[in-house]
Design a protein around this ligand. Structure first.
Ligand code: 3PG
Length: 305
């Protein structure tokens, strides 16, 4: 079978080697499309492939229609909001993700960004420490749990809220479980977002909820830009000069946020999962899942059942 690895933001070379090795062992052929600039390049590349491995690459109706032989798309990562899963289902194309494979990388970046923030973006002025501060984790999935694990090393006071995770599961991890999202924002000095982008979460981090934060609150987003109500957050940051917004996903209104100098930072390109380890873990998991799909019909990680 022909497997296309389509990554506008490429994997580390070692991950690509690993993917090729796994595919070759299963008798499949790998075709690479990295750093493409135009959608047409993707449309041309998918024309005759049986499977695809992607990152945040957009797999929409047009791509799915152009991929006449496609049977499976594996998102090497967690969030699959960039894939039209419903249309794929209509066309009989299996969509899978590789949950947990890149979550440590994202969690480590949370702390890189946090230290950078509380030390005033390394501008030389006296900052503060994370020890003893209240950290709020919104959604206790693979990334949220890794964030909690690392936060213990910083001796932070850790809180979490996840509407799909029972409170006792959170508490078994040595984390305070709060009753609501509002309580998390009210309680914590820092709130770190780990919710997926879904119709329910879209624009859900809005003026009212962020305004619940205490003086000096830090909102940290390594999840998705779509979960933020950018207009509401801009309005709030203009009103509250104490709040900071730090993100790994450049907002659409990046230019407007930039005026909050010293209170806003965005990485130029989403960096959370951009480590060799995460690329290797997620890339090889994707290749193995495709191997199992063609060999045994395994669809364990299917997200569009
Ligand atoms: C994910 O959903 O797995 C992360 O956001 C990483 O995305 P990326 O592969 O596009 O860096």
């Amino acid at each position: 079978m022909k497997i296309l690895v389509a990554t506008e933001k490429p994997f580390a070379a070692a991950a690509v080697e690993g993917i090729k090795k796994v595919a070759q062992e299963e008798g499949h052929e790998i075709v690479l499309l990295e750093k493409y600039q135009e959608k047409q390049q993707l449309l041309d590349a998918v024309a005759d492939v049986d499977a695809m491995i992607v990152r945040s690459d957009k797999v929409d109706k047009e791509v799915l229609d152009a991929a006449k032989n496609l049977k499976i798309v594996v998102r090497a990562g967690a969030g699959y909001d960039s894939i039209d899963t419903a249309y794929a289902k209509e066309k009989g194309v299996v969509v899978e993700n590789t949950p947990g494979q890149n979550s440590n990388a994202v969690a480590e970046l949370v702390f890189g960004l946090l230290v950078f923030t509380v030390r005033n973006f390394f501008n030389g002025k006296s900052g503060s420490e994370l020890k003893g501060k209240k950290l709020g984790i919104l959604a206790f999935g693979n990334v949220g749990r890794n964030v909690a694990r690392i936060a213990k090393g910083f001796d932070m006071d850790i809180y979490a809220y996840d509407e799909y995770c029972p409170k006792d599961v959170i508490e078994q991890s040595g984390v305070h479980a709060v009753d609501s999202r509002d309580d998390l924002f009210k309680t914590c000095d820092v709130v770190s977002l780990h919710i997926p982008a879904t119709p329910e979460t879209k624009s859900s981090i809005n003026y009212d909820v962020v305004n619940l934060m205490k003086k000096g609150g830090i909102l940290l987003n390594t999840a998705r830009k779509e979960v933020i109500d950018e207009e509401g957050l801009l309005k709030l940051m203009a009103e509250r000069e104490d709040l900071k917004y730090i993100t790994d996903i450049k907002p659409d209104a990046d230019e407007a946020f930039k005026k909050f100098e010293g209170r806003y930072f965005s990485t130029p390109k989403k960096m959370g999962a951009q480590t060799a380890e995460a690329n290797i873990n997620a890339g090889i998991a994707a290749a193995k899942q495709i191997g199992a799909f063609f060999k045994d019909g395994c669809t364990k990680f299917q997200v569009n059942k």
